[in-house]
Design a protein around this ligand. Structure first.
Ligand code: XUL
Length: 531
């Protein structure tokens, strides 16, 4: 009979709750999931959320997350999952979302009754019954007020790692305080989705880990403590309501007897701080050395990078405390125009075929004969552009209304890679290796341009559940640090993890060409920004 210890990673995302168990030898032992819309239809969510008529306010009922936890654990039990082998667990939560708890609810968490489901006994602990989530964009007024109070967008970025963003928790809390003061005053504790989920497992209010805490516009990024001026500018008395901060590898408690009695977890199973989904993906992709970069090419494109010196920017990206290195940082840059924009060019210029698309890349040369394009099919986040449109510049720097089809294909790929190199450099990323993930990372033509633009080897990872894996890896990391009674580098803990797939190496001449092209690209980009 298999008796190897297991490490459990939970992922409470916008649409689902997942669990992945791994062994210390990095074998995946089990995977389970609950989909909020289809498995819990009584909550009437679409994509796990409720939207206001104007689409700006987006929330999820936190009771649904409790019901999902009950259902997930019950499913695991029914399937014979060996809970008794789980020596540590951790979790990932959608970032920025907040949970508001009524006074005295710590007691209720401590006294969980193992004969009853969580949702049944905790359904009335919430002072705000619909938790704001990251898709909410109703807090522009609160963002401007925070920036004004702290000295402008760059000042907010310098202090907290990001300028004020609508979805960031400070601005959501400010809105609740302004529009529903009674609910705000009736909140003893305000916490993040990740730390709330950890609270269930320890039967107490769990701290917020510094990595997810960096997504709130409330944390002093460099000193890893709450930033008093940001707290004061957000809402009165906020410092007393927020959970304290902790290191991401910290043990936040041992499992509550509810879970050992009801499901069979060992009584000494450790609960490692839960963190946000992007920090957990960063851990799942094992970006453990400064200069490690991951690029996820999906519906939206995202770039993560490991940093030692943060350089937060008011116009691009976010800098968070690292979830795996107590002295390190992670940067994240998000692009709205990803796969759908590439597909649009494929359909217009390559007869809807990726094979034709790659043939067009083959027929054109690096640098695209001086053709540079900006493809904003949707409003863009990086750089911030509100008005959709395509901007094309010919070799003589003059604007063009159209490119020959092959040039258009190369322009959409080169443009995105140059943009990633440019904007990631602005937040302090100096890439040493790139890991490509997501749907488009199977495309060798795109990967070749990525390697040449960044000038480093590109590996690939086919790991769709990187947040859940990252949570499981973090459980193993926190458990290792705790059992050895000192901080062990994440890279050491992950030493025997299977390597990522073989690399594409850059061509030094092409890389030099792209380096010469970058200032030109930057100049053209400035001219297409909203005036
Ligand atoms: C990150 C963000 C999203 C959510 C998704 O800033 O808002 O990626 O974390 O769950």
């Amino acid at each position: 009979m298999d008796t190897q210890p297991l490490f459990l990673g939970l992922d409470l995302s916008t649409q689902s709750l997942k669990a992945i168990a791994i062994t210390s030898g990095f074998q995946t032992a089990a995977e389970f999931s609950v989909n909020f819309d289809s498995d819990l239809p009584a909550f009437r969510t679409h994509g796990g959320v409720h939207r206001s008529a104007d689409g700006l306010t987006v929330t999820s009922p936190p009771v649904m997350w409790l019901a999902a936890m009950d259902l997930l654990l019950d499913r695991m039990k029914q399937a014979g999952f060996p809970f008794h082998r789980v020596v540590a667990l951790s979790g990932s939560g959608q970032q920025h979302g907040s949970v508001f708890l009524k006074p005295g609810r710590q007691e209720r968490l401590a006294r969980l009754d193992a004969t009853r489901p969580l949702a049944d006994q905790l359904k009335d602990i919430f002072s705000v019954s619909h938790s704001p989530v990251w898709m909410d964009s109703s807090t522009t007024a609160q963002c401007r007020a925070l920036e004004q109070a702290l000295g402008g967008p760059q000042a907010v970025a310098d202090l907290t790692g990001s300028r004020a963003f609508e979805r960031f928790t400070a601005n959501q809390i400010a809105k609740i305080h302004q529009t529903r003061p009674a609910d705000y005053n009736n909140s003893e504790r305000i916490t993040l989705v990740s730390a709330f989920a950890a609270s269930l497992f320890i039967g107490d209010y769990a701290p917020i880990d510094v990595s997810d805490g960096s997504g709130m516009n409330l944390m002093d990024l460099r000193n890893r403590c709450w930033a008093t001026p940001a707290l004061q500018a957000t809402a009165p008395g906020l410092g007393d309501k927020l959970s304290p901060l902790c290191a991401s590898h910290a043990v936040v408690g041992t499992i509550h007897r509810y879970f050992s009695t009801r499901y069979g977890f060992p009584a000494d199973c450790l609960v490692i701080a839960f963190s946000g989904d992007n920090p957990c993906s960063f851990a799942g992709l094992r970006l453990q050395n400064p200069g490690d970069v991951a690029i996820s090419l999906g519906t939206s494109d995202t770039l993560f990078g490991a940093l030692t010196q943060p350089a937060p920017s008011a116009t691009e990206g976010h800098v968070f405390a690292s979830p795996i290195d107590p002295n390190g940082y992670m940067a994240m840059i998000v692009y709205k125009n990803g796969s759908l924009t590439r597909e649009d060019v494929r359909d217009r210029c390559a007869r809807g075929s990726w094979q034709e698309f790659n043939a067009a890349l083959e027929r054109t040369v690096p640098g695209n004969g001086g053709h540079i394009g900006f493809f904003f099919k949707d409003p863009e986040i990086t750089p911030p552009v509100l008005t959709p449109g395509i901007h094309r510049f010919g070799p003589d720097a003059k604007r063009m209304t159209a490119f020959p089809a092959d040039h258009e294909v190369r322009a959409v790929v080169e443009g995105q890679m140059l943009s990633m190199r440019l904007h990631s450099s602005h937040v302090g990323i100096r890439p040493c290796s790139v890991l490509a993930t997501g749907g488009a990372s199977v495309n060798q033509g795109i990967l070749k341009i990525m390697a040449d633009v960044f000038g480093c080897a590109v590996h690939t990872a086919n790991q769709p559940n990187s947040a859940a894996f990252g949570a499981a890896y973090r459980a193993l990391h926190g458990w290792t640090c705790s059992t050895r009674k000192r901080f062990i580098p994440f890279a050491e803990v992950m030493r025997d993890a299977p390597p990522f797939a073989a690399a594409i190496t850059p061509d030094p001449e092409n890389h030099a060409l792209y380096s010469r092209m970058l200032p030109l690209y930057e100049e053209r980009e400035k001219s297409v920004l909203d005036s």
